[in-house]
Design a protein around this ligand. Sequence first.
Ligand SMILES: N[C@@H](CCC(=O)N[C@@H](CS)C(=O)NCC(=O)O)C(=O)O
Length: 253
Amino acid sequence: MSDIVLYDAVNSPCGRRVRMTLLEKKADFEIRWLALAVMEQKQDWYLKLNPAGLVPTLIHAEQSLFDSNVINEYLARSLAGIELIPDSLSLQTEMRMWMAFEMEWAKPFREAIYQSYGKSRLRETGLDTASLSARVRENTANTAYLNTAKSVLNDPIDEKRLNDCIKVLMERMQWMEEQLSDSRDWLLGKKFTLADITLGPRLDMFPFIGVNDLYQRYPRIGSYMERLKSRPSWESSDIKPPVNENVTFVRTK
Ligand SMILES: N[C@@H](CCC(=O)N[C@@H](CS)C(=O)NCC(=O)O)C(=O)O
């Protein structure tokens, strides 16, 4: 058993960025999967580790850490291996601004996910309202989460809301495309850093909200992502649970 444990979920960009950092550092780690569709992330024992009930959470040296960017800075500083944080204060600040940039548009992105992939993920399980409710109640007594799960399953897609979220997201992508006009290799210039690890996994999620041509619309983002995907940590961070959680809901405590 590894001394680094990562609580994670299938297709989580936040989880993937921690996986990438661990792989860039060549660290051993163990993943424990949570099934988000049935709110395993809202179980009492997990809320003690991560009060927001989100993935990822990392356990290391008996310390429990949450928020992917916080975890990544911790790993970057505490593990030996490749340097992922720039030396100068000015570049460190720039790195955190890229993280803040992503965190801001993660909000409309999450809303869009609820209107798209979140629905298909839940519907593909074959659970009906009664069996979904029973599964969620096993995990949490908070009816707010039950109501969210039921509305993801049953409410029709709010196309207007989804399109509005996408419009906001495209505004952010336009800004990013302009930032890349100086042909830099990585977001901070010559050096690959945590800023790239923060942005890459989220950018690659656009097809999950129905935007399949992001890299054609924004070619500089496209070639930037090609560079990112050529790093071994990209492919090797595409980890799935041994059995598809959507089908079996592997319990992971
Ligand atoms: N700022 C947090 C965001 C974490 C987050 O939004 N996680 C998503 C998966 S990428 C999640 O757990 N969603 C489940 C939910 O909304 O209950 C981080 O970077 O760790």
